[in-house]
Every structure is written in structure tokens, then in C-alpha cells.
Design a protein around this ligand. Structure first.
Ligand SMILES: Nc1nc2c(c(=O)[nH]1)N[C@H]1C(S)=C(S)[C@@H](COP(=O)(O)OP(=O)(O)OC[C@H]3O[C@@H](n4cnc5c(=O)[nH]c(N)nc54)[C@H](O)[C@@H]3O)O[C@H]1N2
Ligand SMILES: Nc1nc2c(c(=O)[nH]1)N[C@H]1C(S)=C(S)[C@@H](COP(=O)(O)OP(=O)(O)OC[C@H]3O[C@@H](n4cnc5c(=O)[nH]c(N)nc54)[C@H](O)[C@@H]3O)O[C@H]1N2
Ligand SMILES: [Mo]
Length: 760
């Protein structure tokens, strides 16, 4: 077997050696969840700090959990946190520190050889650091010098479009608003963000079909639904609080259909750790029906359901009144779907016709239907058509714009939706730019900027030379690791605004900066006094977040302060009131209230308990602000993704012990994995057909049109009940396998859930 090292990994063979494998779990949370969370919290921050911090998560006067974007209900439990929220908090509130002595001890080359897990375990960053041209070690730098360097490199570019300004979705509304303002005042729309790799496909599909790129349901709608689809999502790990909502929905009478190639523990059965019965009892069976679909089979499934609805002789199969009044494109859609080929449907989905017919029975019995989804739908080449077909499905029975029904893309990062609302977008709407121009008396650039994939191409080709990251871990989250690493190394300067050490501090340009910042859990005090920030959850609810802990170091600046000072250093003579905004975030919110629709009286409403809900025309008024003025039914071609003989379709997923590129630990409890991450899950029948033994060590090699060999070495094969032909392995170790040019049509999202691989 080949041992060619990937561009960026520590010794993979060591990692594979100690992996333990046991039977996957069929239920989620309960006692092991709570104990696992508390163990990690005590470990990172001690008992007293754990109690103080975790009691503040998602409380009405507390801070917003940095774990995920699932909304908080009105009736919060005393401890409205979940195992993985607790881990996210512990990761940030840790008492471990990365100091100047640490950087003196470890050269950049040394750090680059460490695992992601090790880097994250070192603790919080404490002061700004610089890597000067030709140096081997980071050294401390004064904030002013750091801003001066960034400013001079930015101003030395031939064009503002040679700079890339990335954002990860933890950034508050206030920081996001000043950041995009700075970037546009500097002169570019190069604002790629993690959304480009995440729910961009949802935004593209929803904008076109219903006129707004956001979900149309509130928590109450889930409780009123008769039928809830959970498609391409693993809430037991990634949105644990959603399980409580699903449990309640079931109690109120909803049926749940889970659509997934993997029988994820949380979808099958759930024990609620917030209730005593959940700790001791058998828990709630969640999914009433589990459709074990093949990867990328969802367009076929929903189109098949749509065909069955069109052909059904049940009198209320279609909501004719709704379609006549609110929908556009029915005839074209109908003619297309009636031509659907059943053989292709069965091939693409891997499901039996009886399963699809039975699901139609669920659908016909349900007056109100919600479809929830996450990365399983968004990271394929045909993701936008797939999500459009989900919208078709809901529209046919009038399931958008009434209680208990609608689209529910479940967002990832805790403020990824708010960042977009605040203007973090490479393709800003003209109306947004007009409002910005009017409010701040400047002419923002109109030309579209670079998204994540195009930003990598631009850096690779020397068209972009300065990179600034507002949070996140760009080099590790992005596809085609070898290409991306070379792209960043080609920059003149890479700078990261971060809370924790990560790979993006070690794969760097000629010069590099680490700009350490406050996290959600910490007090943010400016000259104008203590500040609050705000975030928007997955359901368009905006609420305040107030950190309570003392900052990890006295040298940290808030994200708002960093942007404000950078703007003053870079934009000489700028007439925008950067200092006033930094002094008092109310000033930022006043600006927002005049620029962004839905934010009138922002300062007043954000201080009301529970915050406020943003308007959503389809949800609130059954109004669809699309090009046609109606909800658009669309025609989506079904192309079956065929995998050549001897190959598998690989999806890259999260383990239970990670937050994107942050690795909390090396176990994936629900899937029965301990002490390691380099595993590839394969159906036992596929293993038999391939002649590979359970437990074998293999390399994963991806095969793509460009003929380049992309290899991730040394994975332990785990026989696992995944759909036939479909394998799974963890990201980010497998990002090296995702070709940069393999992206979703329209949204340009990397196809992280459908990579053709061979095991060798
Ligand atoms: N603890 C924790 N919480 C998190 C995160 C984290 O890393 N850790 N990340 C946050 C972020 S940014 C995000 S975006 C979300 C991600 O939340 P998820 O989308 O739940 O995350 P993934 O691990 O990518 O899981 C994708 C799921 O879709 C299924 N799937 C894959 N391909 C297909 C397909 O073609 N069809 C169908 N039907 N299913 C498919 C997989 O089997 C898996 O269950 O979670 C957020 N919350
Ligand atoms: N192969 C594959 N690739 C994927 C995915 C996949 O499923 N498969 N998923 C994609 C998805 S959905 C997403 S969202 C992206 C995630 O991409 P990113 O958002 O770029 O990555 P994260 O790992 O969430 O970023 C973690 C870093 O953020 C910093 N950080 C944490 N909190 C804060 C804060 O409050 N402020 C600041 N300034 N910094 C902070 C810390 O330094 C930490 O190391 O990855 C994408 N990449
Ligand atoms: Mo995400």
C-alpha cells in the first residue's frame, strides 16, 4: 500500500493504529451525554467555572450558545444546553492559554506538524502575534503595528479586489455589519463565508422559488405539524436541542420520516437529558419511518413523491386553491414530473417502490408538513435542483405559508444566518448597497465578489494576495487541501481573527498575523460601557447575547474593535464613524435599523426578553417576492449519479466529538468509534463485493474528471449499516479528496457529500 503523505497531516498511520470499534448506538443523549459533556467541561475549565458558565447558556439574560443555530423555545429548561453545546462552550471557556512563550517554544513548522486536535487543545490565544518575512517563529506584536501592517499591505494592492475577507458564522450581527462596511468602504465585495460551503444551496433554491433564502417555519410550527421529514441531517450530534423539539412534536401527534443513508442514533431513539424519565427510561422512538436512501438520491425521491401526488385520485392530494392563487409554472412542472422514469428513481434512491408508496400514504394523511434538512442535501452537484424539488413537494399541498408547515433548512454556525442578513455576501442585492450608500455617504462597489471556491482560485492564480479571516479555519474547512494550502502560501499576508489556535495559523503567506479576540462567553466592555451583541437563529429570531466571564486575556479586542481599528488604519480620511461604533454598539444597531429591513427599533427590541422575529413574507403573508411574484414550481432534471465498478460514493461527515474543524476528542460514541478518526464506514455487502476485510487499513483515493490523484492515506475500514454503494468518513481529514472544481451547480458549494473513491 502506498504511503504518500498528504499535504498537511501528521502521521496518519499512528492515528489509525489505536482505533476501537463497537456496535453503533440506536439512541442518543441521556446519561452518557450529560456525563461526557461534564467530563470535558471540568477538564477544560474546572468545576466552579463549569457551573457558572453552563447555567448561562441560552438563558434569557445569558449568552447565545456558540454550538449551533437551533432556536431557543419560550420555555427554557434551567439548563438549556446539550452535550455538544457544553463542549463548544468548554472549548471557548477553557482555562488553558496559548502564550508568547508557547510560540517561542514551537516554530511554525513544528505547529504545522501537529494534529488539529492537539492545536485546539492548547487553549485560548492571548495576544496578537506576527510572523515576519523569513522568520521561523511567531513573535508578539503591538495591536497598532499589526493594524499598520495589514493596512499597508491592503493599500499596496493593485486593486481592492486582490484582497479576500472571509467570515465564519460565529461573528455577531454587530461585528458582521461593521466588517462588511469596512470591506465595501475599502472597495470590494470579496466577502466569502462558511455559508458558501454550507447552506448556500438552500439560499439559492429558496430565493428562486419562494423569494427569500431562509426557512419559513418557527418552533411552534414543528409542534403543530402532522408530518416532519428530517432529510440529510444528523441532529443527535449536530443539533441536539432539535431532538427535544422533535420529541414534543411527536407528543403532539406528528409522524417523523428520516431520510438518510446512515441510521443515525439521534434519529432512531432519543432520551431527553433535561427530564428525569429521559435519564432512566427507554426514551422516545423518533423516526416512524426510516428511508435509507443512497447518497444523492433525494431529488429522485421527492420527484417520485410529486409524481405520485399528481397521479393520486385522493380528492385533496393537491391544494388546487393554493396552486391557482400563489404558484407559477405548474404546467411545465407537471409535464416534466409525469415523465419520470421509475427505474431511475429506484436506482438513484436505492429504495423499494413499496417504501415510496408507503411514504406517500404518510403524506396524504398529513394536513401540515415540514421538511427539515442540512448538509446531506446541500453538498452535492445537484443540490439546488434537489432543494427546489423539495419546495415543489411542499407547494403541491400548500405547505408553505401556513401554521405547522414549511421549509426548515437547519443552519449550522450559531450566527451564520445573521451574518448574511448583515451583508456578509459576495453578491449583495442592489437594494442593500443603495441603503448602505445612503446611510454612510459612500459608493460601495457593485461588481460581485469572490465566494469561497473562487477566492481559492484567485489566491492560487496570484489574483488575490492578502487574506483576512474573521473567525473560522479557512485552510481546513475548504476542499482540495493541497491546492488550498498552496493558494494561501502564495499570499503576501494572511491574517486570522481567532479565539483558538488552528491549522490556518500554520499554513500561511509570506507574513502572517494572529489577531486574538473575545468569544461569546466573555464580557465585552468598551469605552461606552458593557456591550451586548446579537445573533439570528435558524428561524429568523434575533436575540441578545451577553458574555459573563472575564476575557481570556487583557490583550484581547472584540471583533468590532478589531474591525474599527483596522478601518481607521486602512481608510485614511474615512468619514464613517468607526470610533463611535466601537465605543457603543448601539450606534451600530442604529445604522443597521436604517439599512436592513426588519430591524426598525433594533436597540429597543433587542433588549426585550427573547428578542424579536424578522419578517418573512411567505411565512407571514403568503406573499412570494420572486421574479414572477408567485411561488415558483421548477423543472429539475433527474440525473442518476452512477459510480464506476469497484468504486464507492463517499460522504464526509462530522463525528460526535468535533465542531467542524475543531476536534474535541477522538470518539464518535453513537457510531461506536473510539480513540481515532481515520475510519471509513462501508456496507458489509460492498466490502464482500470489493474483497476488502472489515478492519483492513486502506487509502482513500478520489477519482474525478481532471485525472489528478487525490489520496487520503491509512483509514481503518469499518463494516457499517450504511446504504449500499455509499461510504462515509470524517471531515476535515478527507477534504484533501474533494476537488476544488467539483461544486454544486448555481451555489458553487463543494460536493463534500458525493465524492467517487476507490479503497486501495
Ligand atoms: N456538535 C456539532 N454541532 C454542529 C457542528 C459540528 O461540527 N459539531 N457543525 C455545525 C454546522 S456548521 C453545520 S452546517 C451543521 C451540520 O449538521 P449536519 O448536516 O447534520 O452534519 P453532517 O455531519 O455533515 O451530516 C450530514 C447528514 O446527512 C446525511 N447525508 C449525507 N448525504 C446525504 C444524502 O445525499 N441524502 C440524505 N438524505 N442524507 C445524506 C449523513 O448521513 C448525515 O447524517 O451542524 C452544526 N452543528
Ligand atoms: N469535507 C467537508 N468540508 C466541509 C464540510 C463538510 O461537511 N465536509 N462542512 C462545511 C461547513 S457546513 C462549514 S460551516 C465550514 C466551517 O468552516 P469554518 O467556519 O471556517 O470552520 P470552524 O471549524 O467552524 O472554525 C473554527 C475556528 O473558529 C475560531 N473561532 C471560534 N469562535 C470564534 C469567535 O467567536 N470569533 C472568532 N473570530 N473566531 C472564532 C477558532 O479559532 C476556531 O479554530 O466547513 C465546511 N467544510
Ligand atoms: Mo455549516
Amino acid at each position: 500500500m502506498s504511503r504518500k503523505a498528504p499535504a498537511d497531516d501528521f502521521d496518519p498511520a499512528d492515528d489509525t493504529a489505536g482505533i476501537g470499534v463497537s456496535k453503533p448506538k440506536i439512541w442518543a443523549a441521556g446519561v452518557p451525554g450529560v456525563t461526557a459533556a461534564l467530563r470535558q467541561s471540568y477538564d477544560q475549565m474546572g468545576v466552579r467555572r463549569t457551573a457558572l458558565t453552563l447555567l448561562r447558556v441560552n438563558q434569557k439574560q445569558g449568552f447565545d450558545c456558540p454550538g449551533c443555530a437551533w432556536p431557543e423555545g419560550d420555555h427554557r429548561h434551567v439548563a438549556e444546553f446539550c452535550e455538544n453545546g457544553a463542549k463548544a462552550v468548554a472549548e471557548e471557556a477553557t482555562t488553558r492559554r496559548v502564550t508568547r512563550e508557547f510560540f517561542a517554544r514551537h516554530s511554525v513548522a513544528d505547529l504545522a506538524g501537529r494534529s488539529d486536535h492537539w492545536l485546539g487543545q492548547q487553549g485560548r490565544l492571548t495576544e496578537p502575534m506576527i510572523l515576519r518575512t523569513g522568520a521561523t517563529h511567531y513573535e508578539p506584536v503591538a495591536w497598532d503595528e499589526a493594524f499598520g501592517l495589514l493596512a499597508s499591505e491592503l493599500n499596496a494592492l493593485d486593486s481592492p479586489d486582490e484582497a479576500v475577507f472571509y467570515t465564519s458564522g460565529r461573528t455577531s450581527n454587530e461585528a458582521a455589519f461593521v466588517y462588511q462596511l469596512f470591506v465595501r468602504a475599502f472597495g470590494t465585495n470579496n466577502l466569502p463565508d462558511c455559508s458558501n460551503m454550507c447552506h448556500e444551496s438552500s439560499g439559492s433554491a429558496l430565493n428562486e422559488t419562494i423569494g427569500i433564502g431562509k426557512g419559513s417555519v418557527l418552533l411552534e410550527d414543528l409542534y403543530r405539524a402532522d408530518l416532519i421529514f428530517v432529510v440529510g441531517q444528523n441532529p443527535g450530534t449536530n443539533h441536539p436541542r432539535m431532538l427535544s423539539a422533535l420529541e414534543r412534536a411527536k407528543k403532539e401527534g406528528a409522524r417523523i420520516v428520516a431520510v438518510n443513508p446512515l441510521p443515525e442514533a439521534g434519529l432512531m431513539r432519543f432520551k431527553n437529558p433535561q427530564r428525569v424519565s429521559g435519564v432512566t427510561g427507554r426514551g422516545t422512538g423518533l423516526a416512524d419511518r426510516f428511508l435509507q436512501i443512497r447518497l444523492n438520491g433525494d431529488l429522485a425521491l421527492f420527484q417520485a413523491l410529486n409524481r405520485l401526488l399528481l397521479e393520486s385520485d385522493a380528492p385533496d392530494a393537491l391544494d388546487h386553491g393554493f396552486l391557482a392563487a400563489h404558484a407559477h409554472g405548474f404546467e411545465g412542472f407537471r409535464d416534466h414530473v409525469l415523465g419520470l422514469d421509475w427505474d431511475e428513481v429506484l436506482e438513484a434512491t436505492g429504495l423499494g417502490r413499496d417504501e415510496i408508496d408507503a411514504t406517500l400514504g404518510d403524506v396524504l394523511a398529513a394536513k401540515r408538513i415540514v421538511v427539515c434538512w442540512a448538509m446531506g442535501l446541500t453538498q452535492h452537484r445537484n443540490s439546488v435542483p434537489t432543494i427546489r424539488e423539495v419546495v415543489n413537494f411542499l407547494l403541491l399541498r400548500g405547505n408553505i405559508g401556513r401554521p405547522g408547515a414549511g421549509v426548515c433548512p437547519v443552519r449550522g454556525h450559531s450566527n451564520v444566518q445573521g451574518d448574511r442578513t448583515m451583508g456578509i455576501y459576495e453578491k449583495p442585492a442592489p437594494a442593500f448597497l443603495d441603503a448602505l450608500a445612503k446611510e454612510f455617504s459612500f459608493e460601495p462597489p457593485r461588481e460581485h465578489g469572490l465566494d469561497t471556491v473562487d477566492a481559492i482560485r484567485a489566491m492560487r492564480d496570484g489574483r488575490a494576495r492578502v487574506f483576512l479571516g474573521m473567525g473560522g479555519n479557512f485552510v481546513r474547512a475548504t476542499p482540495d487541501s493541497a491546492v488550498t494550502e498552496a493558494a494561501l502560501r502564495g499570499c503576501r499576508l494572511t491574517a486570522q481573527i481567532s479565539t483558538k489556535l488552528n491549522r490556518s495559523h500554520t499554513v500561511i503567506g509570506t507574513q502572517a498575523l494572529i489577531l486574538p479576540t473575545l468569544g461569546r462567553t466573555e464580557r465585552d466592555v468598551q469605552d461606552g460601557g458593557p456591550q451586548l451583541v446579537s445573533v439570528e437563529d435558524s428561524m429568523g429570531m434575533v436575540h441578545a447575547s451577553r458574555g459573563r466571564l472575564a476575557p481570556a486575556s487583557e490583550h484581547l479586542l472584540s471583533e468590532v474593535a478589531i474591525v474599527s481599528r483596522l478601518a481607521r488604519a486602512t481608510l485614511s480620511g474615512s468619514e464613517i464613524g468607526w470610533e463611535a461604533m466601537e465605543r457603543d454598539y448601539d450606534v451600530i444597531r442604529d445604522h443597521v435599523s436604517r439599512v436592513v429591513p426588519g430591524f426598525a427599533d433594533y436597540n429597543e427590541r433587542i433588549r426585550k426578553t427573547g428578542g424579536f422575529t424578522l419578517p418573512h413574507a411567505p411565512r407571514d403573508e403568503r406573499r412570494f417576492p420572486t421574479a414572477t411574484g408567485k411561488a415558483n414550481l421548477t423543472v429539475n432534471e433527474l440525473e442518476v449519479l452512477r459510480v464506476p465498478e469497484g468504486r464507492l460514493l463517499l460522504q464526509t461527515v462530522r463525528s460526535h466529538d468535533q465542531y467542524n474543524t475543531t476536534i474535541y476528542g477522538l470518539d464518535d460514541r453513537y457510531r461506536g468509534i473510539t480513540s481515532g478518526r481515520r475510519v471509513v464506514f462501508v456496507n458489509p455487502d460492498d466490502l464482500a463485493a470489493l474483497g476488502i476485510a472489515d478492519g483492513a487499513i486502506v487509502d482513500l483515493v478520489s477519482e474525478w474528471a481532471d485525472g489528478v490523484e487525490r489520496r487520503a492515506p491509512s483509514f481503518r475500514v469499518v463494516a457499517y449499516p450504511t446504504a449500499r454503494g455509499c461510504a462515509a468518513a470524517y471531515f476535515p481529514e478527507t477534504n484533501v479528496l474533494v476537488p476544488l472544481d467539483s461544486t454544486a451547480d448555481i451555489s458553487n458549494t463543494p460536493t463534500s457529500k458525493s465524492i467517487i473513491v476507490r479503497l486501495c
